[in-house]
Design a protein around this ligand. Structure first.
Ligand SMILES: C[S@@+](CC[C@H](N)C(=O)[O-])C[C@H]1O[C@@H](n2cnc3c(N)ncnc32)[C@H](O)[C@@H]1O
Length: 229
């Protein structure tokens, strides 16, 4: 399945479906990513795979009136949603959206003070290349933070979670977004993705130090982060 087509075709219902599937928790998870990234006044921030700009806007608002955030995504439809979504934000002058490929970021080395990627890494055909690109464009001492689906380990909860994901998500996608196959892709990509501890290893392979993960929703979602030395 072509990932760009998937996101172009689900863009209009993407945020509604996210809220539904996460029981409204995605907002709070993004705020946690912003806290871990350390985004604040005067910083230059990058949000890779920004989609409809939910995380980008949170980052922009954390700048409190000074600094910039760039949201990058390859789906024109997701970016349309993002531009619309920040229209009423006090931070809108500080946010720019750009169409581009996460595997070949159109920025110079050492350009950003921190970078984030929300539910983006698992969609990349080359995870290491995506992380190496984020490593390249942030400055030394900067943090790169990913939030994505994780792998819960608690027995029973683990089984319920995968059953929910496998059966309920495509069904919900079919009912509310009329896109069963696309939501099946989301299940498939989450299942095939690294666990949070494996992702920490990939961060390390890509050169990051002080790499850690923190679980959300019993490990169904995980934030993984590391620092460029
Ligand atoms: C699950 S959405 C996440 C959106 C957003 N970060 C959020 O927090 O809701 C994944 C996004 O990654 C984008 N994406 C996937 N592969 C990409 C690539 N190679 N380059 C740029 N964007 C990509 C998709 O277009 C989609 O908008």
């Amino acid at each position: 399945m072509d990932v760009k087509n998937v996101f172009n075709s689900i863009a209009d219902k993407y945020d509604f479906m996210n809220t539904l599937m996460s029981f409204g928790m995605d907002r709070f998870w993004r705020k946690k990513v912003v806290r871990i990234s350390g985004a604040g006044p005067d910083m230059k921030v990058l949000d890779v795979c920004c989609g409809t700009g939910r995380l980008t806007r949170e980052l922009g608002e954390a700048l409190a009136g000074s600094g910039t955030v760039t949201g990058l995504d390859f789906s024109e439809k997701m970016l349309e949603g993002a531009r619309e979504y920040i229209k009423d934000s006090a931070a809108k002058e500080h946010i720019t959206f750009l169409q581009g490929n996460a595997l070949d970021l159109p920025f110079k080395d050492n350009s950003f003070d921190c970078a984030t990627v929300g539910w983006g890494l698992r969609n990349l055909p080359d995870l290491n290349q995506g992380l190496r690109e984020m490593y390249r464009v942030v400055k030394s001492g900067s943090v790169v933070v990913s939030i994505d689906m994780g792998k819960p380990t608690v027995p029973i909860f683990k089984q319920i979670y995968w059953l929910y994901f496998k059966k309920m998500i495509p069904l919900m996608g079919k009912i509310w977004a009329e896109k069963k196959e696309e939501y099946q892709y989301l299940y498939q990509s989450a299942m095939e993705f690294k666990s949070q501890s494996q992702l920490v290893d990939v961060f390390q392979e890509c050169g990051f130090v002080r790499c850690k993960y923190t679980n959300l929703a019993g490990g169904a979602v995980a934030i993984v982060f590391g620092e460029k030395p």
